[in-house]
Design a protein around this ligand. Structure first.
Ligand code: PLP
Length: 395
């Protein structure tokens, strides 16, 4: 009568959404100020200056046909030219408009990319901890997800774990740095080593192994750290980008896939991306947003506010005895649960109105994810609860 795989995906929302629903209910019952919700990665800092300015200018200068009409399926040429120019300035690359396919955010970028590359029996590798939707994107495309543990002391890539994960069926590897949920940025040394292994494995199996770089947090890095721009390290790289986080506009649904000229058979891969977008119904990304991006590509919200939250929270939590790998990027902290069962730990936290996400759905056990893209006041108010929670395990 209907597709059972789709029923299961729809009937059982992911854990983050479940906690989000609970949080809404609890806020209605006891007041928002008494619920310490650190679950969802919904950016809370204002959009960058140019964003609303661009909307105002466009609305006052352009007609409705331009603003709200269809663009071509792959996106507006001027928008793609503006994105190429911004990347070329920032990363000394030489992209042009035909390297892009505009999408409704990283979700669409990833799902389209996997669909475009996927043939029967294919496998995609990713590192734990990982964004839980990867499993949905890969499995609904008919491929399987192979997970590889990172180094538990740093959450950097562990190459001894990675090597045995390849097979003749490996089509690609999905990486996400800065990482959700760990906040870790993969080092340049790791990226160089990864690129070398991908080249060797592509030769060994006689077909390209694609690097799919999921980059919604590319600009969200602190402490002067630089995120390596992956197309410069490995030719067969597809970049899945989103403006959701850097511009604080996740509800606007805008992003892109970048298919550089260096990708083997790049024209055919671009055509397959267009085909996958067509088959999945992801054509003509929201046109007003495309025109806005054409005017302000490269602008970033004030990430100093996230840094302030991170510094304050990291210092406080570690002083209470929590353990956490220092997060250099994104707006998440991945904190060790104080008992083996992270879900049980989150249940105890919930009794204190502290809402965090247990790590199991990110493909690893024993941690909780804290999203610190929240008002500083919420962090301040939550500290006694964090302290009380730690004390339960320390006595
Ligand atoms: N990839 C990662 C790692 C994410 O954290 C998210 C959203 O939180 C996405 C992809 C999806 O982003 P978008 O809102 O652009 O679809």
């Amino acid at each position: 009568m209907y597709a059972s795989q789709m029923y299961e995906l729809g009937a059982e929302p992911n854990i983050i959404r479940k906690i989000f629903e609970y949080s809404q209910k609890r806020c209605n019952e006891i007041g928002e100020e008494n619920v310490f919700d650190f679950c969802i990665g919904n950016p809370n800092v204002p959009t960058p200056e140019g964003f609303h300015k661009a909307i105002r200018e466009l609305i006052s200068q352009k007609n409705d046909y331009f603003l709200h009409g269809y663009t071509s399926n792959a996106g507006d040429q001027e928008t793609k030219r503006a994105i190429a120019a911004d990347l070329n300035t920032r990363y000394q690359t030489s992209f042009h408009e035909d390297n892009f396919y505009m999408t409704c955010g990283a979700t669409a970028s990833l799902r389209i990319s996997v669909e475009a590359l996927c043939e029967d029996g294919d496998e995609f590798i990713t590192f734990t901890p990982f964004f839980p939707e990867y499993r949905v994107f890969v499995e609904t495309a008919g491929a399987s997800l192979v997970t590889v543990e990172t180094n538990p002391d740093s959450f950097q890539i562990d190459f001894d774990n990675l090597k045995p994960a390849f097979s003749e069926h490996t089509k690609g590897i999905i990486i996400n740095s800065p990482n959700n949920p760990s906040g870790v940025v993969f080092s340049e040394k790791s990226i160089r080593t990864l690129a070398g292994i991908l080249k060797d494995k592509s030769e060994e199996y006689g077909h390209p192994i694609f690097l799919i770089s999921d980059e919604p947090y590319r600009e969200l890095v602190y402490d002067g750290l630089k995120v390596p721009f992956l197309t410069k390290y490995y030719d067969n790289t597809l970049v899945c980008y989103s403006f959701s986080k850097c511009m604080s506009i996740p509800g606007e649904r805008i992003g892109y896939i970048l298919i550089p000229d260096e990708v083997e058979n790049h024209k055919s891969i671009h055509a397959a991306i267009c085909g996958a977008g067509r088959a999945l119904g992801y054509v003509c990304a929201p046109s007003l947003m495309q025109h806005v991006i054409a005017k302000c590509a490269g602008e970033v919200a004030d990430i100093e506010l996230y840094k302030k939250n991170r510094d304050f929270m990291y210092q406080a939590l570690t002083s209470y005895g929590y353990e956490c790998i220092y997060p250099n990027g994104a707006f998440y902290m991945f904190v060790k649960a104080m008992e083996e069962d992270a879900a049980a730990f989150c249940d105890k936290a919930k009794e204190l109105e502290l809402l965090m996400v247990p790590s199991d759905s990110f493909g690893c056990s024993g941690y909780v994810r804290i999203s610190y893209c929240v008002p500083l006041k919420r962090i301040e108010r939550a500290l006694p609860a964090f302290q009380a929670l730690a004390k339960k395990y320390q006595s």
